[in-house]
Structures are given as structure tokens and as C-alpha cells.
Design a binder for this molecule. Structure first.
Ligand SMILES: *Cc1c(COP(=O)(O)O)cnc(C)c1O
Length: 393
């Protein structure tokens, strides 16, 4: 039994590539090329060198002593917040831009929610001297304005999107529209394990450096290369996908994912896709989607821009459907409290998204010897205003 992708681009019943005719060639070219490129010696050499010298990997695996005492387990934090540009997103953009260059593309487009993927994409475009256009919902442009300024400084064009509720889903729609207009020269760098095959698998592989490092770091620290629990937040699923990749088929390791409950799953203001979603097609793949009886997408809500998405990657939908992963819902208030707690106990201000993973800890029942690895997907610099304003309300 494997939870990895099959030859047709499916994870169980989820995944596939549902794209308009005009993108068919782009997507099938990428399907034919991505594994060859990723597995080639020249790609690996350049990718690994950039991860080390540019991104700053390996990211530390930090034993969180006070957090461990509080929750009665041995909790290690995988510090993706310490990467260049402040989150795990850069692992993926460094890889995809090398693939884009290999395929002769000269123009890069991306969508972004919190702005982390936009910044990570604009960064590698500056590095590789490529044109960069980033689509971002107008709501997110406002709540993440520092990241917008960074993207501009890096030379990217940021296009605010005014449709829908002006967040990540709407930005993704616009990026796909752009791609349809420029399929010849444009490479779409998707920021999560979503989209048509091969994106979910490609992004998970590029992020799998996270679990590759966890293996040897645990071996060094505790003398065995697997934890009892892996925990991560999930928006589309890329930091979680990277965290679990090398453990997915190892049933000794329990997988716990935290999704964003927003104001609560019964309030209609939520982004809890696994709790509420039904099978549907969104942005090129079959997965769980929050939708009404007529199949219309329900507008999602989360205080965290990076988790404010009505879908989830097909890899994670499959792990949830097959009960390989336990999915917990963490609401806005629980995530905020968790962010303050991590800050006070460990001196680490996490991104709001990552705070959802921390916010799942009180919902767990650990044994004292349990080894838990929790991924801190990003740092909280971009969220300071939200943290401070929350208790001023
Ligand atoms: C984008 C983002 C997320 C959510 O995306 P995933 O693909 O689910 O990882 C989580 N944390 C941070 C810091 C992000 O920037």
C-alpha cells in the first residue's frame, strides 16, 4: 500500500489533471519532463547547492524543552521559519524555477495568499533574471502589504485580483487565466501541493527535503530515524507534504494535520476543507472542496491568509479519506493563543499558519516518551499587526 502518486497522477481517487484544452500541451510536457529533470544529476547538483548556500538548509530540528513540558511529550520543532524569505515556500520555488529554465520558459507567473509564495517566487526570479508576475487577492494585498512591497522591490509585477472574496482562490483563477493566454513562454510556479498533475507530486518532492532532513536529524539526536507523530498545518498541503513525504508509507509514524477552522466549522466562516468538503474539481484536480449543494465553491474564511483556501491537495485528501492522517480543526482564536504561547515559552514568533499546528497540541493525548516533530512552516514577521490587533478589538 502506498500513499504516493500513481502513474496516472492520482492519489487513490484524488488528483488527475483537469485542464482546458489550451493548457493540455503545457501540462503534458511538464508531466513528461518533471521526473527526468528532478532526478538528473545536473538538477540535483544545482538545487542542492542553492538549498545549502542560498536558502540556508538544513533547517534546525530544535528540541522545544518548555513546550515539551507543557504537553507531556518530546516535541521537536522543524524550523522552516529560519529559511531565506521566512518560510518553507522557497524550497519549492528554487526547484521549480530550475525546471522552468530547463524547459526553455522565460516568463514566470504565480499566485499568492499570505504573500510568502509570491515573495519566494519573486526572489528566485531576481536570482535567475526572469520576468515575474504575481496574482494576489485584493483582500490579501491589504492584509499582507509588507510582502507586496517586498515583491515589488524584487522586481515582480503584483496584480491585485478583485473577483470573489479577493483571496487565494481568486488569485489562482487569474493565474490560470494568464497561463491560458501565454502557454508558450510562461511557466506557472504553483505554491502548494495543488493544481493538475504533476504539480501536487512535484511540489511534494521539492518539499520532501524537510522529511529527508528530519530522518538524519532524529537519528543524530535520539538514535532512531522516525518520530511517533508528525504534525503540520495544511492549507494546500506543501509544508505538511514535505514533512510527511518520506514517512507516508511508514505506519509507525502517526500523521496529524491542522486545518483552519476560521470562526468555527458551524459558522459558515471557515476554511476547514476536510471537515466540510465534498469531492469536487478545483484548479485542475479532484479533491475535497468546500461547496454548496449545486457544486458552487463556498467562499472560505481564515484569519490566516495562507490557509484561506476552499480546497486541499489530493495527496492529503487521500491520506484523510484512508485515515492515514488525522485532521484536526483549529480556529482563529486557538491559533492566536498558540502563537502567543510559543512566543512566550520558546521565544519563537510563528507565522499565523504555523500557529494552527501549535494550536493542535492541546487537542492531542501524548505519552511521555512520544517523540513529536512539528513543522513551524514560517515566521511571524508578516503577521505582527494581526497578532497585536486581535486583542485590541
Ligand atoms: C503558504 C503557507 C502555508 C500554507 O501552505 P501549505 O502549502 O499548506 O504549506 C503554511 N505556512 C506558511 C508559513 C505559509 O507561508
Amino acid at each position: 500500500m502506498t500513499y504516493k502518486v500513481d502513474n496516472e497522477g492520482y492519489f487513490g481517487e484524488f488528483g488527475g489533471a483537469y485542464v482546458p484544452e489550451i493548457l493540455h500541451k503545457c501540462v503534458s510536457d511538464l508531466q513528461n519532463e518533471y521526473l527526468k529533470v528532478i532526478e538528473s544529476e545536473s538538477f540535483q547538483k544545482e538545487y542542492r547547492a542553492l538549498l545549502t548556500d542560498y536558502v540556508g538548509r538544513p533547517s534546525p530540528l530544535y528540541y522545544a524543552n518548555r513546550l515539551s513540558q507543557k504537553y507531556g511529550a518530546k516535541i521537536y520543532l522543524k524550523r522552516e521559519d529560519l529559511n531565506h524569505t521566512g518560510a518553507h515556500k522557497i524550497n519549492n520555488t528554487v526547484g521549480q524555477i530550475l525546471i522552468a529554465r530547463h524547459m526553455g520558459k522565460t516568463r514566470i507567473i504565480a499566485e499568492t495568499g499570505a504573500g510568502q509564495h509570491g515573495v519566494a517566487t519573486a526572489t528566485v526570479c531576481a536570482l535567475m533574471n526572469m520576468e515575474c508576475v504575481v496574482y494576489m487577492g485584493a483582500t490579501d494585498v491589504k492584509r499582507q502589504h509588507v510582502n507586496v512591497e517586498k515583491m515589488k522591490m524584487l522586481g515582480a509585477t503584483v496584480v491585485p485580483v478583485e473577483s470573489g472574496n479577493k483571496t487565494l482562490k481568486d488569485a489562482t483563477n487569474e493565474a490560470i487565466r494568464d497561463w491560458c493566454c501565454h502557454p508558450e513562454n510562461t511557466f506557472y510556479i504553483i505554491g502548494s501541493t495543488v493544481g493538475p498533475h504533476p504539480y501536487p507530486d512535484m511540489v511534494a518532492r521539492l518539499q520532501s527535503v524537510i522529511s529527508e532532513e528530519i530522518k538524519w536529524q532524529l537519528q543524530e539526536k535520539i538514535g532512531r530515524d522516525y518520530p511517533d507523530y508528525l504534525m503540520a498545518c495544511v492549507g494546500g498541503g506543501s509544508n505538511a507534504g514535505g514533512t510527511v513525504y518520506h514517512y507516508m508509507d511508514d505506519e509507525r509514524v502517526k500523521i496529524v494535520l491542522a486545518e483552519a477552522g476560521g470562526l468555527g466549522i458551524t459558522t459558515g466562516k471557515t476554511a476547514a476543507t476536510i471537515a466540510l468538503g465534498k469531492v469536487g474539481i478545483l484548479h485542475g484536480s479532484k479533491s475535497y472542496v468546500i461547496q454548496d449543494e449545486n457544486g458552487q465553491i463556498t467562499e472560505p474564511y481564515s484569519i490566516s491568509a495562507g490557509l484561506d483556501y476552499p480546497g486541499i491537495g489530493p495527496m492529503h485528501a487521500n491520506m484523510a479519506a484512508k485515515k492515514r492522517a488525522q485532521v484536526l480543526v483549529v480556529n482563529d482564536d486557538e491559533a492566536i493563543a498558540a502563537a502567543y504561547e510559543l512566543t512566550k515559552l520558546e521565544g519563537i514568533i510563528p507565522a499565523l499558519e504555523s500557529a494552527h499546528a501549535i494550536g493542535a497540541l492541546p487537542k492531542m493525548k501524548f505519552k511521555p516518551d512520544d517523540v513529536v516533530v512539528l513543522t513551524v512552516s514560517g515566521r511571524g514577521d508578516k503577521d505582527i499587526e494581526t497578532y497585536l490587533n486581535y486583542y485590541r478589538k
